[in-house]
Write a protein that binds this ligand. Structure first.
Ligand SMILES: NC(=O)C1=CN([C@@H]2O[C@H](COP(=O)(O)OP(=O)(O)OC[C@H]3O[C@@H](n4cnc5c(N)ncnc54)[C@H](O)[C@@H]3O)[C@@H](O)[C@H]2O)[C@@H](O)CC1
Ligand SMILES: Nc1ncnc2c1ncn2[C@@H]1O[C@H](COP(=O)(O)OP(=O)(O)O)[C@@H](O)[C@H]1O
Ligand SMILES: [Mg+2]
Length: 276
């Protein structure tokens, strides 16, 4: 198994060219956040903005708009009850992230179906949280156009792949990821990434990360990294490594690391690890 180390950071994170503007750094649209799980899509949106995506739009239940803007005035907002208003934004996005706090009810399933229907070649589609559970429990298949990036924790991967947690070996995981023709970020205390017929193991991470919203934050970071960096698979690996490396740094002085603290540390961390 290959290891994901700090080398991936300078391979991916580039100094910004002077003649650039927000359009240079990609558009991320995030779909999620039911009335009960608004925090999840707020944390994912924070991560997308703080990792440097040029334009971020959050598509969520209207009850989440005020809290989102308290945390993140940089994000635009579309009410998911008026999905027709979101469709052009999703179509124009560089990356769509779907699932954090989406829920698994009928409305959520419809949002997932409609998003799958419009995702297209050239786009990255990050599928996280509730969207993975819905995918496993419904007859939906992954869209064939976009680069699909699945970000399950071990139980979500069990649901999607049918492989019991105890049997989730690198070989078994890779076989299913290949079958799905997707990148699979299988999250645990040592996250594994199945990509280009290889399994990569993350070398960072701390139990200080074991708190709700930590995976929502990673999904938003993968969105932000793949939106702005050209090599999309490498950008996924860099996001996975940066997420845990920042947590490791904070955990030197903190018993628990909160997800939003990872996002707030991103601009400084990325500045320190950029290459010319
Ligand atoms: N503040 C918020 O709004 C939050 C919303 N969340 C959302 O809640 C929805 C449900 O996600 P959950 O993951 O909580 O619930 P799930 O029911 O999908 O998964 C949790 C179950 O998986 C088991 N499990 C086994 N191995 C695991 C591993 N390595 N990591 C995590 N769980 C493991 C747990 O014991 C538990 O029974 C998602 O949409 C998620 O985005 C969560 O992210 C928590 C925070
Ligand atoms: N003990 C641990 N060591 C390292 N990383 C951890 C540990 N516990 C959790 N994490 C990380 O935290 C994140 C949890 O993701 P997830 O379960 O989807 O969270 P949530 O859905 O609540 O946001 C993953 O990136 C996982 O690797
Ligand atoms: Mg999760």
């Amino acid at each position: 198994m290959k290891k994901i180390t700090d080398k991936i950071l300078t391979k991916v994170i580039r100094q910004r060219p002077a003649d650039s503007f927000k359009g240079t750094y990609g558009k991320v649209a995030l779909v999620g956040g039911s009335q009960n799980f608004g925090g999840a899509i707020i944390m994912a949106s924070l991560a997308a903005v703080y990792s440097g995506a040029g334009l971020v739009t959050t598509v969520s239940d209207s009850t989440n708009q005020t809290s989102l803007h308290d945390w993140l005035p940089e994000a635009m907002f579309v009410d998911n009850n008026q999905f027709e208003m979101a469709e052009p934004i999703l179509s124009a996005a560089t990356v769509i992230v779907i699932g954090p706090g989406l829920g698994t009810d009928e409305k959520a399933r419809t949002l997932l179906e409609r998003t799958f229907a419009l995702a297209k070649p050239g786009q990255v589609l990050v599928i996280d949280g509730s969207a993975l559970t819905l995918l496993a429990n419904s007859k939906l298949t992954l869209p064939s156009g976009p680069l699909n990036v699945l970000t399950p924790h071990q139980m979500e991967w069990q649901r999607v792949s049918g492989i019991k947690i105890a049997d989730q070996t690198p070989e078994a995981n890779l076989a299913v990821a290949n079958q799905l023709n997707a990148i699979a970020v299988i999250k645990s205390h040592r996250t594994q990434v199945c990509l280009n017929n290889q399994v990569y193991e993350n070398t960072g991470g701390t139990p200080a990360q074991a708190t709700g919203g930590m995976g929502d934050t990673l999904a938003g970071m993968i969105g932000g990294f793949t939106a702005q960096f050209a090599d999309k698979p490498a950008a996924v690996l860099a996001a996975v490594y940066a997420h845990s490396a920042i947590a490791d740094q904070l955990a030197k002085k903190q018993y628990v690391v909160l997800p939003h603290q990872i996002s707030e540390s991103l601009p400084e961390f990325m500045h320190a690890h950029q290459a010319n």
